[in-house]
Design a protein around this ligand. Sequence first.
Ligand SMILES: [Zn+2]
Ligand SMILES: [Zn+2]
Length: 269
Amino acid sequence: MNLIDMHVHTSDSPDADIHAWRLVQKGIENNLGAIGFVAHLDLNPEDFCYGSFNAEGYNESITLARNEAEGRISVSNGLEVGEPHMYEEQVKKLVDYSNYDFITGALHSLEGIGMVLGKEVFADGDPFDIVEQYYADTLRMVEISDIDILAHMGLFRRGLALAGLSSDFNELLLWPDTVERILRVIIERNIALELNTSGLRRKEKITYPIPGILERFRELGGTLVTIGSDTHREPYIFYGLQEGRELLAANGFSGSFFYRNRKPERILR
Ligand SMILES: [Zn+2]
Ligand SMILES: [Zn+2]
C-alpha cells in the first residue's frame, strides 16, 4: 500500500511556500497514494496565519493540483481550522464546509494563555498547568466542533522543546481522565486521530500524539487514524510517513485513512 499524507500545507498558507501542483509532483515521486491538502483558517488575532485564508485562491490551487495529478495520486482538499470551539461560527460565515473533503481541528492557542507552539508561554507559567489546560481545551474542542480529524494532539511539545524544557512525560499517567475522555469522545463522534509526524524532525523527536496515546486509543476501540507530516516547506516534505505507518502497525491499526466529501476511505492501492 502506498503512503498517505493527510496534512500538507500549500503556498496558500503564509507559513508555507510550495505550490499544490508541485507537491503533487513530489507526492508521485515519493510514491504517495494520496495527499490531503490543508489551508490554515485562523481567526485568532494572535496567530501568525490570522485572517490569511483566501477560499478562491486555495480552490484554484486545488484545481491545478488535480489537473497535475491526472489520476496518478488522489487529491483531497481540507481546512485546518484553528480553535474551532472558539471560532467556528465565524468560520462558517466565511466558508462552506461542504466544499471541502475534510476539516481538521487544531489547537494552537489556549484561551487566556497564548500560543502553545512557541516557547513564550512556557517562560512564565508552570508548564504542567499549561499542558493540563491544553488537554482541557482539546476536550472542549472535540466535544463541540464540526471536525473530521483531530490534528497534532500534543503540539505543546514543540513549545516546551523550544523553551529548553523536557517533554519526556506521559500525559496519560498525569491526567488519565481528561486524555481518555478525549479519546472516547472522538471515537463516539467518529473523529479521526491524526498521527502527526512533524515532531520527529524537531528537537523533541516524537510524534503528536505520543505512541502511548495511540496505543490507548486502539485499546479503547479506536480505528480511525490519519497520518500527517505537516509539510510546510523544503527540505521536510512528507517527513516521517514511513515511521508513522510502522507505529500504527505496531499498535494494531490495519491502515490509515483518506477523506473525500467528509467521509473516511481506506486506500488500498
Ligand atoms: Zn497546526
Ligand atoms: Zn498544519
